[in-house]
Design a protein around this ligand. Structure first.
Ligand code: DAO
Ligand code: DAO
Length: 288
């Protein structure tokens, strides 16, 4: 049976509630509503069977959208997925991400890290979700950007650069999809991806920093499929890593924080669509 599926799909039985504003709500985008119209690409038709929770969600979403009495509900332009307080599913991997992390970090976008092996095939390595503290964003960036709409800010290089540079609490949550990752493969992948960013932003002199980072990942650590690795930029540019909730270590370095976030938000992101979604949601936090 045909059903609607979103890269952001809802996995819980209760339908989302609309008590607070939502900004890139996919069904809203589907009807081409105001600023969120640009996210219409979120909505894809598939032939996969629909779970009852999906149906329930869709029913209430459609009832909501096409009801004539929407006067008490928020404007479309201010809708955001993180406010729905339900986990969202990355549709290619099935990985689930909570819409809020800790007390204050909201999910801004999800994506997939793929890696080409010998130019022959692409492996899905992990799914990721990027979270940010909306109050930090307002505090750091409202003065500079509040006159611009979320759509004007999406793709604005200065806005992205300021997100990478400022002391905004953010987390990238990785969920391992590829079942045969060894720590040595992970280390050499960092050297390539994170190493090239350290060099780009900090010059050639950063081998020691990269080594301090990779030294946290001891050989005995296992990261089977389903492991969750959270990498957070905490206040004061402290980069903290945890694996399945266990703290692995932290390093204070503005350059390292920027280099990690650049993998997802920079000029050559792992997942372009994810970057766009993240930027749009980050920008929407300035408008509220
Ligand atoms: O088995 O050779 C292979 C393919 C492995 C690709 C590994 C990419 C590693 C990406 C880093 C993961 C960070 C958790
Ligand atoms: O995808 O190329 C990449 C790099 C991801 C960097 C994230 C760091 C994650 C640390 C994981 C440690 C696992 C032991």
């Amino acid at each position: 049976m045909a059903s609607l599926r979103f890269p952001f799909s809802f996995s819980q039985t209760q339908p989302p509630h609309y008590s607070r504003p939502l900004s890139s709500f996919p069904v809203a985008a589907a009807v081409g509503a105001t600023a969120v119209g640009a996210t219409a690409a979120f909505v894809v038709l598939t032939s996969s069977s629909s779970s009852s929770s999906h149906r329930q969600f869709l029913e209430s979403a459609f009832n909501f959208l096409f009801s004539s009495d929407r006067t008490s509900l928020p404007a479309w332009g201010t809708l955001s997925l993180a406010d729905m307080s339900v986990p969202v599913v990355e549709s290619k991997s099935g990985a689930t991400f909570p819409s809020v992390l800790g007390d204050s970090q909201k999910l801004c976008g999800i994506g997939l890290r793929r890696k080409s092996v010998f130019g022959l095939k692409n492996i899905d390595v992990y799914a990721f979700g990027v979270y940010a503290d909306d109050n930090d964003i307002k505090e750091c960036l409202a003065g500079k950007f509040e006159k611009l709409s979320a759509l004007e800010l999406k793709g604005n290089k200065e806005f992205t650069e300021d997100i990478l540079e400022n002391d905004i609490s953010m987390t990238v949550s990785l969920q391992i999809v590829y079942g045969r990752l060894s720590i040595s493969t992970v280390r050499s992948a960092f050297e390539e991806s994170v190493g090239s960013r350290l060099q780009k932003f900090g010059g050639s002199d950063n081998k020691e920093l990269l080594q301090r980072f990779t030294a946290q990942f001891k050989d005995e650590i296992k990261i089977p499929k389903g492991s969750v690795i959270n990498i957070s930029r905490e206040k004061g540019y402290v980069l903290r890593t945890s694996i399945d909730g266990q703290d692995v270590g932290s390093i204070q370095s503005k350059l390292l924080c920027k280099s990690i976030l650049d993998l997802y938000l920079g000029e050559e992101p792992f997942d372009k669509q994810a970057k766009e979604d993240i930027e749009l949601n980050l920008a929407s936090y300035l408008q509220k």
